[in-house]
Design a protein around this ligand. Structure first.
Ligand code: ADP
Length: 461
């Protein structure tokens, strides 16, 4: 790529020899044969010295990293040499820059990863880690780089996993911010690569672990809830098989057996309702139901339940429901009729079930300024201690198990109500003062409510 025999170079060589000949001729003219030889020798060495001096300049520049912007200003062939080196340098710089950019993009992608990525050298020291890894293990870029991983992740489970050297599976660790009330679980796995190096991946599996724990609890609860009436039923069947019972005893046992099978039926129905709620699409905005129909059915159910639960000699419940005019003005609600009815009915029947004889249950339809509305159910029952309130809508959470069961409860009513309301864009409100009563409210958003368009009385249905 450098042609020393190009026209320019040939001219320079011709010029050099002409100069040498001219100076040699001058030497010969002044001092004879020896004079010519010395003059030609001097000219030759002067040219060599000139070339060496330029070469030294170029060498100095090359040794100082050959920055194209600090190239020596030369003339002649060295100028071309320097220019070509500069061009190569620029190409190389561009390649380095592009690779640097790619590396930066790659690192940015690793930083954006939702999982922790950490690189360990052959000695187990931290070479690099991304932001998520820093969050998972509380690492600091300035402080913890090149620290041994064992000094920073001090969980005994990790030490055992690390020293065992079998990295085919993951190890479950408690996160840095793990507490009993706020659990944080990390799944960590090491992957060997290169010469003794290891890639450490970490994942926040708190939600997974909680879901798994919930699933386990749920299965255990369901099994327990079904096993109890089954055991009772099996006991009665055995008694009836082995004992000679008279008619009244037989009736008594059959009544108790019917109670247990009804309980199982309720439980299975509630479980099916929950699984339908989880599996089905969100309720439509096209299906409109008059609020009056929903509330009126709840009223009928509450009256029947109250008569069933309160003994004839005890003081009856006082049941207060909105008047027909209020209900007609309440308009219509968009959503799934069966779901909404089961949510409203659970709140109303709970109030009846938990309020002792002589108590008062007041159901109201309240419309708020923002257009949203709620069905509010107030009772003068036993009330609920504040520590139970946050967990009340969990599946199978009951304050008084025997009382819930005696009154036909499955422990799933409030869970269903909460789920239904959330699916309709609303929410379940619970307020209670121990010993004074409770207020449960089913809030529905404005977009699911409209004034009644039907000219027929809702009571016509
Ligand atoms: P259950 O079928 O046991 O009633 P729920 O999910 O409907 O299940 O209610 C959960 C728990 O909340 C009940 O076991 C009961 O302890 C409490 N609870 C619900 N409603 C009331 C109420 N109106 N007054 C007092 N406690 C209530």
């Amino acid at each position: 790529f450098l042609n020393p025999w190009g026209p320019c170079m040939a001219w320079r060589i011709f010029f050099f020899f002409s100069l040498q000949c001219a100076v040699a001729a001058l030497g010969w003219w002044l001092w004879g044969g020896w004079g010519a030889a010395v003059a030609a020798w001097v000219v030759g060495w002067c040219v060599v010295a000139w070339i060496l001096q330029r070469m030294m300049q170029v060498m100095r520049w090359l040794r100082a990293d050959a920055d194209p912007y600090a190239a020596p200003e030369l003339r002649g062939p060295w100028r071309e040499v320097v220019q070509r080196i500069c061009r190569l340098q620029r190409v190389k710089q561009q390649q380095v820059q592009s690779q640097e950019q790619k590396l930066q993009d790659f690192l940015a992608a690793l930083h954006a990863s939702p999982n922790g990525v950490l690189l360990l050298d052959g000695e187990g020291r931290i070479e690099w880690f991304n932001q998520q890894s820093a969050r998972h293990f509380g690492l600091d870029l300035q402080r913890d780089l090149w620290q041994h991983i064992g000094n920073l992740v001090r969980d005994p489970a990790f030490s055992a996993y690390d020293s065992a050297g079998d990295y085919s599976g993951e190890v479950l660790l408690n996160g840095r911010e793990h507490t009993a009330n706020h659990p944080v679980f990390l799944s960590v796995q090491l992957h060997p690569y290169g010469e003794g190096r290891r890639l450490m991946l970490s994942r926040d599996v708190t939600a997974l672990q909680q879901a798994e724990a919930m699933r386990r609890d749920f299965v255990a609860n369901v099994s327990h809830e079904i096993r109890t009436p089954l055991t009772v039923l099996a006991g009665f069947i055995e008694t009836m098989q082995n004992l000679q019972l008279d008619e009244s005893e037989r009736k008594h046992y059959l009544g108790l057996m019917a109670q247990q099978s009804t309980r199982m039926q309720y439980l299975v129905n509630d479980l099916l309702t929950l699984s339908r709620l989880e599996g089905s699409p969100l309720p439509s905005m096209q299906e409109w139901t008059p609020v009056a129909v929903l509330v009126q059915r709840c009223q009928q159910e509450a009256q029947a339940l109250s008569q069933h639960l309160i003994p004839a000699h005890a003081a009856p419940h006082t049941l207060e429901f909105p008047s027909a005019q209020v209900l007609q003005a309440a308009g219509e609600v968009a959503g799934n009729f069966t779901e909404l009815y089961s949510a409203f009915s659970n709140l109303v029947t709970n109030a009846v079930r938990y309020t002792p004889a002589g108590g008062r249950i007041c159901v109201q339809w309240l419309v708020h300024d923002d257009g949203s509305a709620c069905l509010q159910v107030q009772d003068t029952g036993p009330g609920i201690a504040p520590e139970h309130l946050p967990r009340l809508s969990e599946r199978f959470y009951r304050i008084d198990r025997s009382r819930s069961r005696d009154s036909g409860g499955t422990g799933l009513g409030l869970a269903i109500a909460k789920h239904v309301l959330q699916r309709h864009g609303g929410q379940l409100g619970i307020a209670s003062v121990l010993g004074q009563g409770s207020t449960f409210s089913a809030h529905l958003p404005a977009q699911r409510l409209r004034a009644s368009v039907s000219t027929l009385s809702p009571f016509a249905s």
